[in-house]
Write a new protein. Sequence first.
Length: 256
Amino acid sequence: MIDQALLDSAERIAREAGDAIMAVYAREFSVEEKADKSPLTEADQAAHHVIMRGLQSLPVQLPILSEEDAEGFAGVDSNGRYWLVDPLDGTKEFIKRNGEFTVNIALIENGKPVLGVVTAPALETAYVAAEGLGAFKVEADGQRHAINVAGQPEAASAWRVVGSRSHPSPDLAAWLEKLGKHEMLPMGSSLKLCLIAEGKADAYPRLGPTCLWDTGAAHAVVLQAGGRVETLEGEPLSYANPSEKLNPYFVVWGQA
């Protein structure tokens, strides 16, 4: 089922959603608050509708779990597959207008992200990956090149650790002390995982709440770039139980 045509279709849909987001980004917009206190803008909803229409138009019909319609998810199909979507990841960064927000589309199969597209419309950058095809960064001029994780830093080098701009964690200091010599790289949205995938950072500890749709697409990119995403217990981060919605704490490593 996974081929270049499907990856290209997912990228096209994500870019169309990004266009809808940027139309809102270019003007004044209102901000609402969801039940979980997270922000919601009309850009989230506009991107959601674009993605739903796009995925539903594909030749192979699969269930879709989107942040903006989680209650409407019908469950995985008979082969354990479903689309996992965050129409606008990093809404806080969108509101701040710092450009560090993304559109995330992932294909999950038996709990594993096997295809992922992450577009950053304000930065005109995208990351795409799929099993059997590899991981790629697409630049603003359309140039795409294969990306790979950096591997473990040399013994004398500092770890380059990605941290969240909008979600500081009180548990992070203890984790960093155990890690050793490091430097922090702040970044918003799923771009944190993408920095690992392209070798610009070495680790991303997420010791705070996230949802499946926050990580699925970029997780696929990390895997195909040679990295790993695992729980604090060392198990691969799984998407096999979408009814849970919340991820456990995890760490992204730029090494196999």
